[in-house]
Structures are given as C-alpha cells and as structure tokens.
Design a protein around this ligand. Structure first.
Ligand SMILES: *Cc1c(COP(=O)(O)O)cnc(C)c1O
Length: 398
C-alpha cells in the first residue's frame, strides 16, 4: 500500500498463489519453465562472488533454479519455515535431512509407524555409517520417549497421522521434549500438508514432505522438500549440493502450480473423507472404520487440537481377512487400485500385500496392519460415487 497505512500480512493461501519467480522482459503472467542446467556470469568478478556465496544468484541447477526456488519459497510460507531445499523425491528429502545432520555415533529416536523406505534408512542403511535408531510406538505414553532416549540421541523423527494406521503423535508434547533436551525435531508432514497441520508451530525444527502425494495432488510427478530452521537447512543444502538429489525444474514448475490449489483441494479431500468415513461407520461388512476426525478415533481429541481437518485418508478393516480384502479390491469398478495416495482420483491400497509386505506379520500387527485393512486415499470425485463403489464392492465380495 502506498498510502502509508501498515502493510497487512497476506494469508498463506494467498501467498501460495501470489509468490512467483521474477517476471521476465516478456511480461508473462504464468511463470515460465527455466529448463537450463547452468546460468551465465556477467563478469569474472560476479562469477567469483557467486561461488564465494558473497552475492545471491543462480550458478548451476544442481544448486538452485528459479522454478525450484519458487516451489521452496511457497512451501516455506505455508509451513511457516525460514528456509528450505527441494528434492527429486520424498525419500531424497528424508535421506538428505538425516544424512546431512547426523554423524557417526549419533542416535535417532523415531515413531515406529514410518513410511517403509524411511524404516529401511533407519534400520539398515544409516547403521552402516554408525548411526543407530530406536522406535517408540506411536500411541505410547510420553515416558516411553524419555526411556528410549540416550546420551547419543540427536534427532527425533515422526509421521503423524501415520501411514496406514492413522495413529497420531502429540506434536506439542514432543516439541517440548525435544526443546528441553536440545534434540532436532523432524516431522514428515506428508499426510496432512501445511494446510491441515503446521508442525513448526508445535516445536518442529524441520518438516519434510513427499511432494509426490497431496502437494502435487494429481499423481503426475515425484518430488520432495525439507523446510525449517535456517541453520539446519544450511547443512542439508550443503549435503544436497554435493550429492546431487536435485528436483528437476519441470517437476518444480508442476509442483509450484499445484500449490496454488492446495488449500482448496485439501478442504475437499477432507470433506469427502469425513463423509465417506461417516457413511461407512457401522457397515455390517466392516470390522472398523478409522479416520482422525471421527469421534470414534481413539485420539480424536488430539486430532482436533493439532489438525485443522482430518485429511484425505480413511482406513477400513473388512470382515473376512485376507481373502475378503482381495475379493473387495477386485470388485471395485470406479476406484483405482494403486500404491500412491493424495490424488484427485480415489485410490485403494492393501498394505499387507503391497506397501507393507516386506514387514513381518509381527511387525505389521504392532502397527495394527491386519490382513483385512484397506487404505483409501479419498479423491475429489463426488463422494456419493466413491461411497457407492465401496458399498457395491463390499456387497460383491461378501
Ligand atoms: C510416499 C511417502 C514418502 C516417500 O516419498 P517419495 O516421493 O515416494 O520418495 C515418504 N513419507 C511418506 C509419509 C510418504 O507417504
């Protein structure tokens, strides 16, 4: 405003739409694609200063690119973060965050309910380099975190709600625990997105995402991002610059555009998921329906406190175990059977036989992944069509 009145802070939803790479001489309205691997120097002095980090600017797209910067700036605004780095996938973001911050001898405390590849990093890969990890059950009481911490513990890593159990971790409590002990608190915020939950407000130092899921929201590209405290992001950026998991400019352009509709999409994903869960709860062919914003969810009060909506994932447990679950999947007519989530199209996944098949039966049961459990990533179709397909498949598989 030029009238001298104090500048009103814009809402994050507005900034996710209005944050944009600088307009070029062509005066384009929509940001162009910067498909370039490197950038030119105006002078020998500028080249020296850019490499010496004395002036900001692009050098090479493994370090930075206008499209990836725009995507990261929007994610920082949405998560309330100081700085961030974009990655080629969610797993690249998780790995660079852990590998960039941890040293030989360090210990990680993590919630047991983790994405499968994150579990492999913590239990198999990082131990090769002398970094160990201990799990705490997501529903465990606070004392369990204190009991599992050691003098070597440096970092706490959680997902909430968890995949696919929809177990929650109390972010305020864990944020305070990490602050008191000087631990770095990292949250994988993939399931909720910053529209529904902002872990940094609860004490997280870093938030990581698989941008492949709701951030893209249309099942097109892989991507990842880590945002948070500037001094930690600096370490992660150094690691990424020298190891090369950079997000491609094209994918960054797609993801940045997707963020313009994120708030609207998350609202509808949540409304559809709640409507589906409410309609299916008590269905005679189901043993259970799980959704954080159903009053029957064991952590409903916590969900209402730290989430602005229940998100797009609903979990069903069909009667009749594995054979019934398989018949149910094969009887679906409209919904997609796929391992992804966070798409406009509703996707059904059977964790026991796919995403969590590498776990032992005992490990699965510790996460409440029973053979009849089916995960539904509720899309943006009319929810009556989604519910009708689930109900007809339940009837057909009885
Ligand atoms: C999918 C997913 C990841 C991994 O992301 P990619 O983009 O597939 O590498 C990490 N965490 C969670 C919770 C996920 O759902």
């Amino acid at each position: 405003m030029s009238d001298g009145s104090p500048k009103r802070l814009l809402h994050p939803e507005t900034l996710a739409i209005r944050t944009q790479a600088a307009r070029s001489a062509e005066r384009e309205h929509s940001v162009p694609l910067f498909l370039t691997s490197s950038f030119t120097f105006d002078s020998a002095e500028q080249a020296r200063a850019l490499f010496a980090d004395e002036v900001p600017g692009n050098i090479y797209s493994r370090y930075s690119n206008p499209n990836t910067d725009e995507f990261v700036r929007k994610m920082c605004v949405l998560e309330g973060a100081e700085d961030g780095v974009a990655f080629a996938s969610g797993m690249a973001a998780v790995f660079a965050t852990l590998a960039g911050l941890l040293r030989r001898g360090d210990h990680v405390l993590a919630s047991r309910a983790l994405f499968g590849s994150t579990h492999q990093l913590l239990m198999t890969l990082l131990p090769r380099w002398g970094v160990t990890a201990t799990y705490v059950d997501p529903g465990a009481p606070p004392e369990a975190w204190a009991a599992a911490a050691t003098d070597a513990t440096r970092l706490v890593f959680v997902e909430t709600p968890s995949n696919p159990g929809l177990d929650l971790v109390d972010l305020d409590w864990l944020g305070g625990f990490c602050r008191d002990r000087g631990l770095t608190f990292v949250v994988d915020n993939c399931f909720t997105t910053p529209i529904l939950q902002q872990p940094i407000r609860h004490g997280a130092h870093l938030v990581v995402h698989s941008a492949t899921k709701f951030l893209d929201g249309q099942g097109r590209v892989l991507g990842g991002v880590a945002v948070g405290a500037a001094e930690l992001v600096k370490e992660i950026r150094w690691f990424a610059r020298h190891t090369g998991p950079a997000l491609a400019p094209f994918n960054a352009w797609v993801l940045s555009k997707s963020l313009e509709t994120l708030a609207v999409r998350m609202e509808r994903h949540g409304a559809n998921a709640l409507a589906l869960a409410s309609r299916l709860e008590g269905h005679p062919e189901l043993e259970a329906v799980r959704y954080p914003f159903l009053p029957s969810h064991p952590q409903h009060a916590l969900a209402a406190r730290q989430m602005r909506g229940g998100g797009g994932i609903v979990v069903l447990v069909v009667k009749g175990g594995l054979p019934r679950a398989r018949r149910f999947l094969d009887a679906l007519r409209l919904l997609s059977h796929s391992p992804n989530l966070g798409d406009t199209r509703t996707i059904v996944t059977h964790p026991t036989s796919t995403t969590h098949s590498k776990l032992s039966e005992e490990e699965r049961l510790a996460l409440n992944i029973v053979p009849g459990l089916v995960r539904i990533s509720v899309g943006l179709e009319h929810v009556e069509d989604v519910a009708d397909d689930v109900e007809q498949a339940l009837a057909a598989s009885a």
